[in-house]
Design a protein around this ligand. Structure first.
Ligand code: DLL
Length: 434
């Protein structure tokens, strides 16, 4: 297997890849038009017929799909195959309060597993590895996706699911886990627990495949150091299949999108206009090989940048940057756009761990923002004056990053709840009031 799971496809010359995408796009558009009345309606409203789509350049003529469409069409309205041909559903974690159900045929599961297998091999995985999966299993795609990928590579797979940190660590030691798959916030928590218990020498991990939520380069370095591993990013979303839509290679400079299955575009989130390579905007996916739930021009709300620059790993598929936040996660505080990742960067740069919570409120018609962050244990014994100085230092750094006053409160170590899945970083009380 070597360096790639599927070299012929992952390193396919771009011309050939475009030809493959074009053929698959045309087939998918015809099939969706025939089988999905909901999308046919959207196309008719825009005055587009399947014959208008002859090349990749015509993609922009198709209407967008949004999460609201998925909600309107819930549960079966976007199915492109008879339900009797489907073998599985998965569903979103509901972090934004809206459930989405995606359907899979056996073919769809196979291609999803292959996408995850590519990610595992890119992280150095071979059949000799022990893959420790502590993403949640069940409706969430994380556990089943990485589990399927690990089977395809032929690794010994530990379907741990999330939670029970003591048991996770014990299995890791006893079964010599070599590749850890979980959310970066849980990886940070595991790293902290292993470090505190002095067990680092008994851990055999060499790599981690972490995704499902935003994480910064500083957090990557912190996890890498504490666990002695190389940490790889993986991206995906339930609507488009789950983890493995894109994944990092050894260069760690963005995630290769599995372009034989998904066409990516970047658009201006306000006007919907397609933006050129290198510009920041909202990521849009068109799935071109799925049978049951092939979404066309699905707006992810994730803000990022695409790059077609040649990658030293040899893969030819386009790379996407780490999402820089979601257009619907962006907080507007006192009229200023604030992404939680900016706050995290300040904290990690100043030597704090990523144990924090952002509280936004509205007091007397004015927005307030407070960041609660855990003190590092060595600070905990500091004097009140020392703590006040540390808080002031963070307030200044936040102001330099965001341009607004952010109240900072240092709290005792271990007082902010740890997450086993996606971390809840923001509590926006304004949403509860409005
Ligand atoms: O989070 C799928 C997944 C599982 C990806 C395991 C990676 C690993 P959803 O629950 O539908 O699916 O959430 C999808 O999570 O639109 C992004 O906003 C965010 N997200 C996913 N991966 C990353 C990442 C899974 N690597 C939503 N970095 C997406 C930042 C990510 N955000």
């Amino acid at each position: 297997m070597g360096k790639y799971y599927n070299e012929a496809v992952e390193c396919m010359p771009r011309e050939e890849l475009r030809a493959l995408q074009t053929k698959r796009l045309i087939d998918t558009v015809h099939r969706v038009y025939q089988n999905v009345p909901y999308y046919r309606n959207l196309m008719e409203k825009k005055g587009v017929t399947p014959d208008d789509i002859q090349s990749l350049e015509d993609l922009h003529k198709l209407p967008f799909l949004t999460k609201d469409d998925l909600r309107d069409a819930y549960p079966y309205g976007l199915l492109a195959m008879p339900l009797s041909d489907c073998v599985r559903i998965q569903s979103t974690s509901g972090t934004t309060g809206r459930r989405v159900v995606a359907f899979y045929t056996q073919h769809d599961i196979d291609l999803w597993d292959e996408c995850c297998a590519r990610a595992i091999v890119a992280a150095g995985g071979t059949k000799d590895d022990v893959v420790h999966v502590c993403y949640g299993y069940g409706l969430f795609t994380g556990g089943p996706g990485l589990n399927g990928g690990s089977h395809k590579v032929g690794c010994l797979t530990l379907p741990m699911s999330s939670g029970n940190t003591d048991r996770q660590i014990q299995f890791m030691i006893d079964l010599h886990s070599t590749i850890l798959c979980c959310t970066p916030s849980y990886a940070a928590y595991l790293a902290e627990s292993i470090y505190e218990r002095g067990l680092r020498d008994q851990i055999h991990l060499k790599a981690g495949i972490f995704g499902a939520e935003a994480w910064t380069q500083e957090m990557r370095r912190d996890i890498e150091e504490k666990l002695g591993i190389k940490a790889y990013d993986i991206y995906g979303l339930t609507e488009i299949s789950g983890p493995g839509v894109s994944f990092e290679c050894e260069e760690q400079t963005g995630m290769h999108i599995n372009e034989d299955h998904f066409i990516a575009e970047i658009i201006d989130p306000v006007t919907g206009e397609v933006l050129p390579d290198g510009e920041k905007g909202e990521l849009v996916f068109t799935s071109i090989s799925k049978e049951a739930f092939p979404l066309l021009r699905y707006r992810t709300r994730d803000i990022c940048v695409l790059s077609h620059e040649k990658c030293s790993c040899g893969r030819t598929h386009v790379k996407m940057s780490k999402p820089m936040g979601r257009s619907d996660d962006m907080l507007i505080v006192k009229g200023v756009n604030v992404f939680p990742s900016q706050i995290e960067t300040v904290l990690l740069n100043k030597g704090y761990a990523a144990n924090y919570q952002i509280l936004v409120d509205r007091v007397n018609h004015s927005d307030t923002i407070e960041v609660q962050v855990e003190m590092m244990p060595e600070m905990f014994s500091g004097t009140v004056a020392d703590i006040t100085n540390k808080e002031k230092e963070l307030v200044d750094a936040m102001r330099a990053m965001l341009g607004i006053y952010v109240r900072v409160k240092l709290v005792e170590p271990k007082t902010i709840a740890r997450s086993e899945g996606k971390a809840v970083r923001v509590i926006d009380k304004r949403k509860l009031i409005d």
